[in-house]
Write a protein that binds this ligand. Structure first.
Ligand SMILES: *Cc1c(COP(=O)(O)O)cnc(C)c1O
Length: 379
């Protein structure tokens, strides 16, 4: 059996090696490393992939994409931004970095995404935006979030870093890709993401043309034309080599998603009757692109399971062990332990299993058999 990895990027590369090597050597031969044609080709192809008249502004990473989104919307120090307590830190980090105040909201224990029913109670006159995160590859429940945003005149900034390719169906039946639902979105092409490059990369997505122009200006040193700086911006570029890789991998994105779904279906079926394991819930309004396959454990010790899996060479990861309201850096509002019980419970009970495009049946059988035997033994 091939060694089991959390994410197997080496095997994925082998499948598309010739195309990638060819594209990289073309760039090296002409040395157009910055703003080369591959950047604009990828931008345009991603726009087509997303549909809904999406405009893509490539940038250096997903964290920058979120930061530039907030700058582009004109959020000012002291403004409040609502975000879930259970997500990757980058979401709250850029809020705090810009002098904004993160307001946390608990999550839904089934979907792991922001619990929209708890948003309204935290809104104040300083609140300017909501950042729903489509965690682990499944869209947040957007319709009620958009409704609240409209009622209180708030921006909606989607964090699509884990859900590129996922789709959301609203109650009226309209279907949109994640990233084209709110006012603006940030996504990441970090190597392990569903669409990953060979280093850092990111993109901002919006369907608003004026906003897209502002985002492009901010990402490029606030330059309105060469050497004229009307705004304070940042230097955040997707380089030509990363764009060329992404442009090739974008052609495989739907195939990659299918492979992730197949692995998830295998896990689901094997774990169905194991009472200690709660498998990922599928919300009716979203399809799931399984950036992660995350179990919630009940009645078994997570560290015990993890140690056992490690001893049989099965990697497993905890996303995320500490909810954001209990992280010193982002706790500007004096949040206390116990305040967001679902996020806190999930932080103690979730475990993510190997999930990538190259998992084969032998590996999946090995992983599931060991997990099930551990559950049966600790009964
Ligand atoms: C990965 C990730 C980011 C940040 O992306 P980088 O490219 O690593 O900066 C932001 N939000 C979420 C939810 C992520 O998973």
């Amino acid at each position: 059996m091939k060694k089991i990895e959390m994410v197997d990027l080496v095997s994925q590369y082998q499948e598309i090696k010739e195309k990638i090597n060819q594209a990289l050597s073309e760039i090296m031969e002409c040395a157009s490393f910055i703003n080369g044609p591959s950047v604009w080709r990828f931008k345009s192809n991603l726009e087509n992939y997303l549909g809904n008249q999406a405009i893509v502004v490539p940038c250096a990473n997903g964290t920058d994409a979120l930061q530039i989104s907030m700058m582009g919307l004109g959020l000012q120090p002291g403004d409040e931004v609502i975000t879930p307590a259970f997500t990757y830190a980058a979401t709250a980090e850029v809020i705090a970095l810009l002098g904004l105040t993160p307001l946390f909201v608990d999550v839904d224990e089934r979907t792991f995404n922001i619990d929209y029913s708890q948003i309204e109670q935290v809104i104040s006159s300083k609140t300017k935006a909501i950042v729903p995160v489509h965690l682990f590859g499944q869209c947040a429940n957007m319709q009620p979030i958009l409704g609240i945003a409209q009622k209180y005149n708030l921006y909606v900034i989607e964090d699509v870093a884990q859900a590129l390719g996922a789709g959301y169906t609203s109650p009226n039946g309209s279907y949109k890709k994640a990233g084209t639902i709110g006012d603006v979105a940030g996504t990441s092409f970090f190597p392990s993401k569903n669409l990953g490059c060979f280093g850092d990369g990111g993109a901002i997505i919006t369907t608003n043309k004026n906003l897209s122009e502002m985002l492009g200006i901010i990402a490029n040193h606030g330059q309105t034309s060469l050497y004229y700086h009307d705004k304070v911006g940042v230097n955040s570029r997707l380089d030509s080599i990363q764009a060329a890789i992404l442009d090739i991998k974008l052609q495989y994105l739907d195939q990659y998603v299918e492979k992730r779904r197949k692995a998830a279906a295998y896990y689901d079926e094997r774990f169905e009757d194991i009472e200690q394991l709660i498998t990922p819930y599928r919300a009716s309004y979203s399809d799931h692109v399984f950036h992660q396959y995350t179990l919630t454990l009940q009645g078994i010790n997570r560290d015990g399971l993890k140690d056992y899996l490690e001893s049989v060479q099965i990697p497993a990861k905890i996303y995320y062990p500490v909810p954001l309201h209990l992280q010193k850096a982002y706790n500007l509002k004096g949040y206390k332990k116990g305040q967001f019980p679902v996020a806190e419970r999930l932080s103690d009970t979730v475990v993510s299993l190997p999930m990538h495009t190259e998992l084969d049946e032998t590996q999946l059988a090995y992983i599931t058999e060991h997990i099930i035997s551990y559950c049966n033994r600790s009964n």
